[in-house]
Every structure is written in C-alpha cells, then in structure tokens.
Design a protein around this ligand. Structure first.
Ligand code: EPZ
Length: 428
C-alpha cells in the first residue's frame, strides 16, 4: 500500500502550474458520445478519474489516445449504448454523466450506480431522474421497480421541457444538459448550478453545434439539435486544485506563484485568505500568495457557486485550525462533510462538530501523525496539515488524492516540500 510521507515545517516557495479542471473534464469526456466524430481535448488532467473515464469511453467503442501529456484525442465513430457495469462506474461519481449523454444520443442508457467520494451521508440522484423523466424518458422502463444498482433510462424520443430543480445540483444540471441538447424543442433548466465547469461544458457543447444559453446563470435554455460534430477544446484550469495550493502556501507561511488559473474563479477563496491576513496578488492568469506570522481566524459557509466551494472546505478548515483564535465553518452543501476532522484531531487540532458547523479553536502547531485520506478533498487537507506539522505525517488511502490531483508530490517538492510517495506492507 502506498502512502504520502511528509516532514512538515518547510515554507513553500516557488511556482506551481495548475492542471485542467477535473470536474469540467469528467463532464466533457462523456459529452463526446453525443456526436459520432473525432475530438481533440487539451488541458486534460492526468488523474485516475480521467483514466477511468477513458476506460468507459473505450468500453462503449470509442478510441482514445493521448497525443501528449495533456491532449486527448477521442474518436466516437464506433460508440454504441452498451450497459455499463459497476466495475467501470464505481471508480468515480461522474460515470453517471454517461446516463445523460447516452440517453441523448441513443435514447437508451443503462449505467450502474456510480462511486466517488462518500461523505457519511447519502448522494441522491432523484433530481437527475426527475430531469430525465421531464424530457420524456422512462426511468426505469415502465412497470419495473426502481433499481438501486443502476439507472436505466429509455425514450421513444426526448422532448424539450421546463425543468425546475428544488435544490441546486451540479450533477443534475450537467446530466440534464447532456440529454437535452439532443431533445426535440426547447428545454429550460431553472435553479441550475452556476459553477465554472457548467459554463465550460456549455462552451464545449456549443462548439459541437449545440445551442446552450445562460450557462453561469440559474436559468439555462437549450435548443435541441441533431447534427452535432467533433471539435477541439481546451479545458479550464482547476479552481479547486488552485485553491488547495493557495491554502497550502498560506498555511506554510510561504510565497508561491500559482500559474494557469482564472483568478475570477478563485474570488471567494481569495477573499477568505485575505480575511485571514494572507496577501493575494492577482495577475491575468496567475495569483501570488504570501503569508507570514500567525494568521487570523475567520468564519466561512459553503454554498453553491458563486459561494465558497464545499470542495475547499476541508483544506480551509485545516488552515483555520492553525489560526490565532476561533472560527466557525458551516457546511451547507453536504449533510456530513466533517468526517476528516477525526484525522485532523490525531494531529492535535482542536475542533468540535455541532450539526452543520465545525467550531475550530486554532492551535499554534499541529503534530505529525499517521492519518488517512477519508476522501479526495479530505486527503488534500491532510497533505496541508502534514506540510505544516512538526514531525512526520504518513497519509494512507492516497488513491483518493490521486483521483483529483495531478503530480501533487512533484508540484509540492518543486516548492521545497519534504514529501514522498512510499510503499508500505498492506495492513491486516
Ligand atoms: C459535484 O458533485 C462535484 N463532483 C463535487 O465535487 C462537489 O462537492 C459538488 O458538486 C458540489 O459542488 C463532480 O463534479 C464530479 P450536487 P455532485 O449534485 O454533482 C443534493 C470533488 O471533491 N442532491 O451539486 O454530486 C446533494 O445531496 C467532488 O471534486 C440531491 O438532493 O453534487 C447535495 O446536498 C466531491 N438530489 C447537493 O444536492 C440529487 O439528485 C449538491 O449536490 C442530486 C443532489
């Protein structure tokens, strides 16, 4: 079993280049099956979620080839709507986007239940299913009870519709967009998610010949089209990867230039870092983070975009755990995204959970310990904690981190961190 081992206490200094956005890439790759053609996608992050996506595309009959480190060519001319088994879908959450894109292209999709991060609560799909049904799909086919093991959706033809989501959902917005672009007529998605990856997917779909308007607002209007084609596209930089390194730089009292970012996408993270006393300089496509001395506490609340991203909550809470005073962190997107605090407590953080709130009493120092990555962003939080802690931190279950951070060890080493990936005997 592999672990990350970190000797903490080194300031991060230098430059980090951000990779393409995972959560945009995992929506754009499934969108390629909407047309029978060749696509060239640039700025694709080399992470295990993408390798799993490529495997699913190949299972469906696509040919995928990396032309260089981050450019992926996808040929979908031989794609068919085959049932996707859990062996393929359980590797990542976004495998369920094939339900939307296969339904859109073939009027049929059978996709086993997805995997991905589990935060302790549930990750329901009721709004995805509601959206497909509003477009005229039968989910499951008539008279068959809902199957907890898979989503099976079928339609004679998809018809554009008015869809209102009771709650803002990134996944349901994307899945319905993927199906609706090939429906007859107009679909309106109200109370849609507004994350940068929704806009990126819409831009990609429009280059394929779709007509998607309003992405980035809470009302998306889609005119269905049948004549879609391949295109070349470059994925936006990863907002959460950038945010993670911004917080790591601040937490280690470092001085780091983070390149290949869209500073606007980082606004809420920048604001909160400044509240803590961190200097954040913004340039056209980079940000520089400098911090010194003990940082100030601040309160934060996660919200759908443009609010503070839930995917930055564990990393930021880790920073607050070392600030000079008490902070209150409110998690309002996921029911239970504080599981990782048990790990942080092993490193002598002082944190209590009260319902949706974490009460963080900043300590002067964290101490190295043996911890695990509970999930992807929790794992990133452990890396930040390890970079700051006195002594050695060994992080297990790092496959979670590998799902979303390209070359994390190399990027941190280049800024002076003492971190390595080590093989350990499997534990009983
Ligand atoms: C996406 O998950 C991201 N994953 C998550 O990032 C991120 O935490 C989340 O959006 C919120 O920003 C991907 O993009 C692959 P949601 P998703 O549907 O789409 C409820 C990471 O670390 N809900 O926006 O699954 C749900 O329970 C990952 O990169 C329903 O009630 O999230 C939650 O409370 C982890 N019914 C809220 O909506 C539904 O049908 C938001 O979930 C769907 C969701």
């Amino acid at each position: 079993m592999e672990k990350y081992c970190i000797h903490g206490g080194k300031r991060l200094t230098g430059t980090i280049d951000i990779s393409g956005a995972k959560n945009a890439a995992v929506a754009i790759l499934p969108a390629t099956v909407l047309a029978s053609d060749v696509f060239v996608i640039e700025n694709v992050p080399r992470i295990s979620d993408i390798f799993a996506m490529v495997q699913i595309l190949e299972e469906l009959g696509a040919t995928c080839k990396f032309l260089n480190k981050s450019t992926l060519e996808i040929d979908t001319r031989n794609v068919q709507s085959r049932p996707l088994s859990s062996a393929l879908t359980k590797c990542l959450r976004a495998s369920y986007y094939f339900a939307g894109s296969l339904l859109g292209r073939f009027n049929y999709a059978s996709v086993a239940t997805p995997g991905g991060c589990v935060f302790g609560g549930t990750r329901p799909m009721d709004m995805h299913i509601k959206g497909f049904m509003e477009l005229g799909a039968m989910v499951p086919p008539a008279n068959v009870p809902l199957d907890p093991e898979k989503i099976e959706a079928k339609a004679d033809k998809l018809i554009g519709s008015y869809i209102y989501f009771d709650k803002v959902s990134v996944g349901a917005t994307i899945n319905v967009m993927l199906a609706a672009v090939r429906a007859r007529g107009i679909t309106v998605i109200e109370n849609a998610a507004r994350e940068p990856h929704i806009v990126d997917l819409a831009n990609f779909l429009n280059l394929m010949g779709c007509k998607v308007m309003g992405a980035g607002t809470n009302s998306i209007r889609i005119e269905g089209r049948q004549d879609l084609h391949g295109t070349n596209y470059s994925i936006i930089p990863d907002q959460i990867e950038a945010g993670t390194y911004m917080v790591a730089a601040a937490a280690t009292k470092g001085d780091v230039l983070i390149r290949n970012v869209i500073p606007k996408h980082l606004d809420t993270i920048t604001v909160k870092l400044r509240e803590c006393g961190v200097t954040v300089e913004e340039f056209d496509d980079s940000v520089r983070i400098c911090a010194e001395g003990r940082l100030k506490p601040c309160n934060l609340k996660t919200l759908p975009h443009p609010g503070f991203p839930t995917d930055m909550q564990p990393q930021f809470t880790t920073l607050l755990a070392m600030c000079d005073g008490m902070s209150v962190v409110t998690e309002s997107v996921w029911d239970n995204r504080f599981n990782y605090l048990n790990q942080l407590r092993r490193m002598k953080a002082e944190v209590e959970i009260e319902g949706k709130h974490a009460i963080v009493h900043g300590v002067e120092k964290l101490y190295g310990a043996s911890v695990i990555a509970n999930d992807l962003r929790a794992g990133a939080a452990m890396v930040i904690a390890g970079l700051c802690a006195e002594g050695e931190t060994c992080i297990g279950d790092i496959y979670h981190i590998d799902r979303g951070y390209e070359d994390i060890v190399e990027k941190l080493q280049a800024c002076g961190a003492d971190i390595c990936r080590k093989e350990f005997p499997d534990e009983e």
